[in-house]
Design a protein around this ligand. Structure first.
Ligand code: 16G
Ligand code: ZN
Length: 502
């Protein structure tokens, strides 16, 4: 392989704008799409090196998730469908920021540090969301892969969870499922249809769901998937991309932060509704009650519902397994209290970003993790999977039914394995700098009942986020305002909508 030739190719076709510095953040690189061509090309190169090193298929997803349509982003997916290992996140940042003349040296450095055998074959799979910029940017990834001699499969339009699934299937010899979209639909819909047959609820209202697709990829994929559900579920799609702009006035992020339904969706009382984000890896549910009040079932509530349901089934089959729930600082304090005090489930708090929650959740027999924004899943250890399978074969009647339900739940959760090493200590609930800010927040919080507040720098945008919670919307609004003022005085930042307790 001639690295000299690669760098010449890079400066001719995918030149980096001088001086542009980007960071491989919470979920990869994200910024305005027009600044990303060189990053995509280089992530193609990096994916080849990672594939050679791990002797496995690596995934590259082109998406900026819930960010505005003009943004784009890219993240690498490691062999077991998990997020990229931390040392390689650093390599990604170095490679993306290297000036053209330094690229060759950086590529050699990475290969040496990670003992990459450059003669090894490499295979990379690529997926992208529906942003107008995504197709061209994914071509730049492919350019990077091929110029370094890697093979690839371009899946084209995919949701982020689908790309994770493809990588996992390809590296586990098809044991988990077939690495095709049909394989994905078959696996998930079979588990879902079985589960709904076993569940005691019946009637059409339980089978119909209005889905806000954020004008993104979710609409295309749900449409492809719809007929696999047969009688199990009937969906009605809104914000399917035919008119509106991606993530604009719709989608999970909008609904969660504005605490109201998306535009473009009429809701009658007690109709079941949900919203995806732009790459369909977040979901929040909601409904209007008979009095027209809006109720949001966000990640905190989803985690509570899932863990109570799992606990019930486990009691039924007589297994006492170790269930844990993982949240972030954004979790509503009442959800944490409910889980700990009423459900007696241990709750842990990690930094924002799926990779942090995922890692912690792996410590339990069953780890349920959700960010309040609707990002999450449940993980089952291999021992648990084995036990449940045995119970489904050996137990009788009611117990057997509960075990069969658990088996289907495991298949439904599209879980992927975690990376081996990641350090998490500080759960982002305390501001260390600037000096005096944390003290100011502590003083403000004392003024309100059941209140919490914290600030953190965003990992995806150039802003500081402010979070506040109290016993009423009014108090939460006041607290948020006061904390924002403190932030503006001491640091400078933007605020998010305050959350009342529930
Ligand atoms: C990314 C994270 C999401 C997190 C969000 C926080 C993944 C796959 N995505 O979208 O989990 O909630 O960043 O954004 O980890 P912020 O740092 O801008 O608040
Ligand atoms: Zn997303």
């Amino acid at each position: 392989m001639d690295l000299g030739a690669i760098t010449k190719y890079s400066s001719a076709l995918h030149a980096k704008p001088n001086g542009l510095i980007l960071q491989y953040g919470t979920a990869g690189f994200r910024t305005k799409a027009e600044h990303l061509d060189h990053v995509m090309f280089r992530m193609g190169l990096l994916a080849v090196l990672r594939s050679k090193q791990t002797k496995s298929t690596i995934g590259v997803m082109v998406t900026a998730s819930h960010n505005p349509e003009e943004d784009n982003g890219v993240k690498l997916v490691d062999p077991l469908g998990e997020m990229l290992a931390p040392s390689w996140e650093e390599h990604a940042t170095c490679l993306a920021n290297a000036e053209e003349q330094d690229m060759q040296r950086v590529l050699i450095d990475i290969s040496e540090k990670e003992a990459v055998n450059l003669q090894q074959d490499a295979f990379v799979v690529i997926g992208r969301d529906t942003r107008p910029s995504s197709e061209k940017l994914s071509q730049s990834v492919i350019d990077g892969v091929t110029v370094l001699g890697g093979q690839f499969h371009d899946y084209g339009l995919l949701t982020t969870p689908q790309l994770h699934y493809m990588v996992y299937c390809r590296n586990t010899g098809g044991r988990y499922g077939k690495a095709t979209v049909e394989g994905y639909y078959q696996k998930l819909s079979k588990a879902f249809v079985e589960l709904t047959k076993q569940a005691s609820c019946s009637g059409d209202e339980y089978r119909s769901l209005k889905v806000d697709c954020a004008n993104g990829i979710g609409a295309l994929k749900l449409r492809e998937m719809e007929h696999y559900f047969s009688q199990g579920l009937s969906v009605q799609l809104f914000n399917d991309g035919s008119k509106g702009k991606l993530n604009h006035l719709c989608g999970a992020d909008f609904v969660k932060s504005h605490q109201k339904p998306p535009q473009g969706m009429e809701i009658k009382s007690n109709e079941r509704c949900c919203s995806f984000d732009g790459d369909a890896d977040r979901i929040v549910y909601y409904y209007h009650d008979a009095d027209g009040h809006f109720h949001l079932i966000d990640g905190d509530k989803i985690a509570t519902l899932i863990s109570s349901f799992l606990k019930e089934l486990l009691v039924e089959i007589g297994e006492s397994l170790n269930i844990g729930v993982v949240q972030t600082a954004y979790a509503n304090g009442s959800s944490t209290r409910y889980l700990e005090e009423v459900m007696k489930v241990p709750v842990y708090c990690t930094k924002t970003g799926v990779k942090h929650l995922h890692h912690k959740a792996q410590e339990f027999d069953i780890g349920v993790y959700f960010e309040a924004n609707g990002h999450g899943t449940a993980l089952f250890s291999t021992t648990v999977e084995r036990k449940i399978k045995q119970s489904a074969e050996q137990l009788e009647d009611k117990k057997r039914k509960a075990a069969k339900m658990l088996e289907n739940i495991i298949d439904l959760f599209n879980q992927v394995a975690d990376r081996r090493v990641i350090s998490t200590t500080n759960a982002e609930r305390q501001a260390v700098t600037p000096p005096g800010l944390q003290e100011a927040i502590n003083d403000l919080v004392k003024k309100y009942k059941l209140s919490r507040a914290f600030v953190r720098p965003s990992g995806t945008e150039d802003v500081v986020r402010v979070y506040a919670e109290a016993d009423s919307q009014e108090s939460a609004d006041h607290l948020a305002h006061e904390v924002s003022l403190a932030v503006f005085q001491l640091a400078g930042g933007i605020g998010e909508r305050p959350q009342p307790g529930f």
